[in-house]
Design a protein around this ligand. Structure first.
Ligand code: AMP
Length: 532
């Protein structure tokens, strides 16, 4: 016997229809790269998305076709998220920071037919045009000096369009991972997985949005679907403030003027914001909540934001997980915790949102499940409806037959379900048969005021197999010494974790998504020798 409820196919178009209907007047503000500002609202975004869907069809695109965007955060990019999906197409958000070979590979591999780009990326387009063999049309989000301008292009249509329908499992977006080895791999999100992921993001334990929320997402729309914010935000009918540039002065000004309540970004965004406020002698913006993820959020950052009255939602996820896996927020015992304990808890990566399951397994056999005892660390695996099954065009599944996907992360699970990430499987340091967390060492080191950035790498050691070496970039004007740093680390970590050497460097290499690239660091110091 079947149930007797209504059919409702999980498609992205429901999200924008709802936002336009129920929160049509709620504003979407953009501060453009040239300093100008525009205002539209959810009704306007939907109207333009309908026109874009028509414009794409007029170019000959059909269901399943791919459209690339090479763009920062702004309202026209948001229109594309809904317009492409509404036409039945698949939006491929390209990370402009990738190297040319990667840019060539991913656009051709995805078979993008149209590429919409910011004028700021015209040099990339000029350089890559010959190498992108599948792209037939270029549209410029800004003025159309070299390609048709987005507003003119969609402006030729009246928006009288029925969203293209289809299966819940149709793809709607592709994001490529920016792995440090081999070609990037495509992760193809579905209408259904995206919608469920966005619903999970709405949980109070996650983004905690209400219609009064005003979000300035610093996480780029080209990285891991901007953590699903453009969908979850539409569901809740929040106000969005976008900035096409990431200058802390611009962000700060927007946060104050537009009464921003929420923001989201990687820790370096906040580092830059702190430095800006310190230099100007001004307070941090009075945000209600900051979602921080992408890499570990250092303790001092949590402390400073919490003292500012800002709730810190430390989130963990990856492109392959849409990306939300866990989010940290106040737990049931929150009110009984001291300030220090609250900071300690927030420095962990939070608890899984409904829909995903986590487990840790033995690092040696990658199979045996380990206890959630708050002590044992192991390889982190995840499964759920918005977790990758197979990479785009891959022949084999990325997840095992039970759905478990190996994240490449190493962590501890606490009895209350809190995940504490300790490392990457490739970066964890094995010293005399015991594991040392490179990430914990780094986090402890960046807590020193004279340290701007730190990266810890296991270097070959004649007796212990590997020993930690800490690479440090000094803060501006700092005269911190190696002894100062060792003294700072001493009370925070086990004695046998103390780095065997500290090396000062001018800069630490980063990947295209701004994370420390230990592979590049290891390559650069390939001949490094530790004494026995
Ligand atoms: P990406 O797919 O580029 O977003 O990278 C995902 C990876 O970033 C994860 O596998 C983690 O190694 C790292 N990561 C994401 N969030 C966090 C976090 N909150 N703390 C520590 N590492 C994180």
């Amino acid at each position: 016997m079947l149930g007797a409820m209504q059919d409702w196919t999980m498609r992205i178009t429901h999200v924008i229809d709802h936002a336009a209907r129920e929160a049509g007047m709620r504003e979407i503000v953009t501060r453009w790269a040239d300093g100008s500002e525009t205002r539209t609202n959810w009704a306007g975004i939907r109207a333009d998305a309908l026109k874009m869907a028509q414009a794409l069809q007029a170019l000959g695109l059909r269901k399943g076709d791919k459209v690339a965007s090479l763009a920062m955060n702004h309202s026209r990019h948001l229109v594309s998220w809904y317009g492409v999906a509404g036409m039945g197409g698949v939006l491929h958000t390209v990370n402009p920071r990738l190297f040319d070979d990667q840019l060539e590979y991913i656009v051709n591999h995805a078979e993008d037919k149209v590429l919409c780009y910011d004028a700021a990326f015209q040099p990339i387009v000029d350089r890559m045009k010959e190498r992108w063999t599948t792209v037939e049309h270029y549209i410029c989000y800004d003025s159309g000096e070299h390609s048709p301008a987005f507003e003119d292009w969609i402006g030729e249509h009246d928006g009288d369009f029925e969203w293209v329908t289809g299966a819940e499992t149709d793809p709607c977006m592709i994001c490529y991972t920016s792995g440090t080895t081999g070609n990037p791999k495509g992760v193809q999100y579905e209408h259904r997985s995206t919608l469920m992921h966005a619903l999970a993001g709405l949980q109070p334990a996650a983004f905690n949005f209400s219609s009064a929320s005003c979000m300035l997402p610093v996480v780029p729309m080209f990285h891991a679907a901007s953590w699903g914010l453009p969908y979850a935000g539409a569901m809740a009918g929040i106000k969005f403030v976008f900035s096409a540039v990431n200058d802390p002065a611009v962000l700060h000004d927007l946060m104050i003027r537009e009464k921003v309540t929420d923001s989201a970004g990687v820790p370096t965004v906040w580092l830059a914001h702190f430095q800006y406020c310190d230099k100007e002698g001004i307070d941090l913006p009075p945000l209600k909540a900051a979602t921080i993820g992408g890499s570990a959020c250092p303790r001092f950052m949590i402390e400073r934001l919490m003292k500012n009255g800002t709730r810190v939602q430390h989130a963990w996820g990856m492109t392959e997980t849409s990306p939300i896996g866990t989010v940290g927020g106040p737990t049931w015992d929150w009110d009984e915790l001291s300030f220090e304990e609250k900071v300690d808890k927030t420095a962990m990566q939070g608890r899984p949102v409904f829909g995903v399951e986590l487990r840790i397994v033995d690092l040696d056999d990658m199979m045996t499940e380990l206890p959630r005892d708050g002590k044992t660390s192991g390889a982190l695996q995840i499964r759920g409806p918005w977790i990758i099954k197979r990479y785009l065009k891959a022949e084999q599944d990325a997840a095992n037959q039970d759905g478990w996907f190996d994240t490449g992360d190493v962590g501890i699970i606490h009895p209350d379900g809190t995940l504490q990430l300790t490392d990457r499987t490739k970066d964890v340091i094995k010293s005399g048969g015991e594991w040392i967390s490179s990430v914990e060492l780094e986090n402890a080191a960046v807590g020193h005021s004279g340290v701007a950035e730190a990266a810890c790498v296991g270097m070959p050691h004649p007796k212990w197999d590997e020993r930690p070496v800490l690479f440090v970039v000094k803060g501006e004007g700092s005269d911190v010494t190696k002894e100062d740093i060792l003294k700072h680390l001493e009370p925070q970590i086990a004695k046998w974790w103390m780095p065997d050497a500290i090396e000062f460097v001018d800069e630490i290499p980063h990947t295209a998504t701004g994370k420390i690239s230990k592979k590049d660091l290891r390559d650069r110091f390939a001949d490094y020798k530790l004494e026995g």
